[in-house]
Design a protein around this ligand. Sequence first.
Ligand SMILES: CCCCC/C=C/CC(=O)SCCNC(=O)CCNC(=O)[C@H](O)C(C)(C)COP(=O)(O)OP(=O)(O)OC[C@H]1O[C@@H](n2cnc3c(N)ncnc32)[C@H](O)[C@@H]1OP(=O)(O)O
Length: 358
Amino acid sequence: MRASQQDFENAVNQVKLLKKDPGNQVKLQLYALYKQATDGPCNVSKPGVFDLVNKAKWEAWNALGSLPKETARQNYVDLVSSLSPSSEASNQGKSGADVKVQESKDIVVTSEDGITKIMFNRPPKKNAITFQMYQDIILALKNASTDNSAITVFTGAGDYYCSGNDLTNFTSASGGMEKAAEGGAVLLREFVNSFIDFPKPLVAVVNGPAVGISVTLLGLFDAVYASDKATFHTPFSHLGQSPEACSSYTFPKIMGSAKATEMLLFGKKLTAREACAQGLVTEVFPDSTFKKEIWTRLKAYAKLPPNSMRISKQLIRKNEKEKLHAVNAEECSTLKERWLSEECINAIMSFLSRKSKL
Ligand SMILES: CCCCC/C=C/CC(=O)SCCNC(=O)CCNC(=O)[C@H](O)C(C)(C)COP(=O)(O)OP(=O)(O)OC[C@H]1O[C@@H](n2cnc3c(N)ncnc32)[C@H](O)[C@@H]1OP(=O)(O)O
């Protein structure tokens, strides 16, 4: 049920009664959601670099993009309810219960045991990523980079990890394909940048098939654990598209150019074991024990000294950052052209009219 205006006003009052300071990140989120719910998208100018507090508030609000007012209102109510004394008590009572820190419609973010979990949560559409989900993930990563968790984990709800970009993103956007391609390229660049710059260990728990951008992004993760039911598929040529998420650079580096060509140009689908043999996946587990084994292991990793892990990641990644940003920029401008090509439009239309499937 959607939150009413009255629910929202009750939540606003409830915040004032909180006994425990929820911390700066949560306060920023509350501020941003409140502004979005009452004033709509941020259209005020960005405060100067030295106005740190107002700049942080502006960035949190601006990161919500075009999130509808009603969704912001609902998210605000959900967030306050997860902070209220009654839910604090019930969370403490349930050992191992995840604490919800952000809930958008199709991305659920929880934090527990030193792990922030970002979950694709759109099983009826195989977790295909909408424009809104890209924005939600950017915000989730921004929050996770400064929250008190040690590691951040991506996974999928249901039988799929993720079926990649939602193929209706471009066809259903208002303003036509050209405007959608323009906006899509800007959004994609920011989205991938938030992975390139993410400071803490980033882990993928690949619970099932992964397609498109959910595969290419894995080259920017620090560890990738997969169920033996997972597959890895990048059908860019079939879709008249080209690689993204820096995979034109990371994949040849990880697996060599011959194997990268088979995936990125010819769309060869890999099993989890093949992806592991080629270095894209860290380790494969039998599906029957996957979840139990992997979460036990990740909880142990999350107890390691967080600063040490962050500093080690920085040492491993820092020499590549500039290159990755340049690759990302080039891939996005190439894709913007591809999305308007006849090859791509025909492929998407063909999928939508149920003539083709992968
Ligand atoms: C900011 C913009 C950035 C853009 C970045 C670009 C990235 C590039 C990519 O990610 S390319 C990859 C795009 N993904 C695909 O091409 C996958 C398309 N989907 C399929 O081929 C199949 O659906 C499947 C193989 C994933 C699953 O097949 P299955 O038979 O098991 O299930 P259904 O086909 O019946 O799917 C169930 C419903 O889910 C919808 N759906 C699945 N994937 C997508 C998708 N990517 N986009 C939109 N919708 C998708 C499907 O249409 C079904 O919906 P329905 O039940 O309403 O019919």
